[in-house]
Design a protein around this ligand. Structure first.
Ligand code: SF4
Length: 258
């Protein structure tokens, strides 16, 4: 935090202060078709070429950037560059995080990610079972696939005596999985995951209004979150549930109308 504050202070004083963190959206393509997501419905944008992407890691290192976050779309649809870019980030002394649905990661990728000591990988997981997760992610078998990839990471990390990458979960919270929060936390614990980040669903896509958590759901929301928090505390899984509770998930999820 001190480092961030001093950069902002320097900038306010008219000096040159380079970013602490850079987020790079590698692509807007995705191999899934999640019901609440507008990415698959967008026209593909012109993507940066490999040379430019690689130069971002080098330049960021030179400028003192501390963290690069890789986002999408699905970053692993850019198989031509994603792993090399991650390695270049690490080579330049920068911490890296990536968000993925996990579907396109194979054993070779996992070995390379562990080998380069990548810092953080966040998997999207929207339910504790295939019925909930697959229906929200729009792809049969996506639950089994992501769980297999996480298990594979854990197995290989153990085999290589590696502490990295840290594995976390992102969950898009909506009506369909609201009563599943507790089970998602139990599942995370069984996968040796210590942190879950919940994001309230925003209605970007027409026809998803029925999934939105609304004001009328307040009692149920608070009840489910409080139950889940107790389990999370017992199991040692941290989350942002407390913050969501305070912000009232239904206010945020209604902030944008399609
Ligand atoms: S995996 Fe991510 S980018 Fe792809 S459709 Fe789902 S939410 Fe959108």
């Amino acid at each position: 935090m001190e480092e961030k504050t001093s950069r902002v202070y320097k900038w306010l004083k008219g000096g040159k202060a380079y970013p602490f963190k850079v987020d790079l959206f590698l692509t807007n393509k995705c191999n899934l078709n999640c019901v609440f997501c507008n990415y698959p419905k967008k026209k593909p944008v012109k993507e940066l070429d490999k040379k430019t992407i690689m130069s971002i890691a080098e330049e960021s290192g030179r400028l003192g950037v501390k963290i690069i976050g890789i986002l999408g779309g699905e970053p692993f649809t850019r198989k031509d560059v994603v792993i090399e870019f991650m390695a270049e980030i690490k080579k330049n002394g920068i911490s890296g995080s990536i968000v993925t649905n996990g579907m396109l990661i194979d054993t070779e990728d996992i070995k390379k990610i562990i080998g380069m000591k990548w810092d953080l990988i966040r998997f999207s997981l929207d339910g504790s079972n295939s019925s909930i997760h697959d229906s929200l992610r729009g792809y049969k078998g996506s639950f089994d696939r992501v769980i297999n990839v996480i298990n594979h990471f854990n197995k290989l990390k153990e085999e290589f005596h590696a502490n990295f990458p840290t594995i976390e979960i992102n969950t898009v919270l909506c009506k369909k999985n609201l009563e599943d929060i507790e089970n998602i936390i139990r599942l995370a614990h069984s996968l040796d995951i210590k942190r879950i980040y919940f994001l309230p669903m925003i209605e970007f896509v027409k026809g998803t209004n029925h999934l939105k958590i609304k004001k009328d759901d307040a009692k149920l929301v608070l009840n489910e979150i409080e139950k889940a928090e107790k389990i999370a505390n017992t199991l040692g899984v941290s989350s942002n549930l407390d913050k969501i509770k305070q912000d009232y998930v239904f206010i945020k999820s209604n902030a944008i109308d399609a």
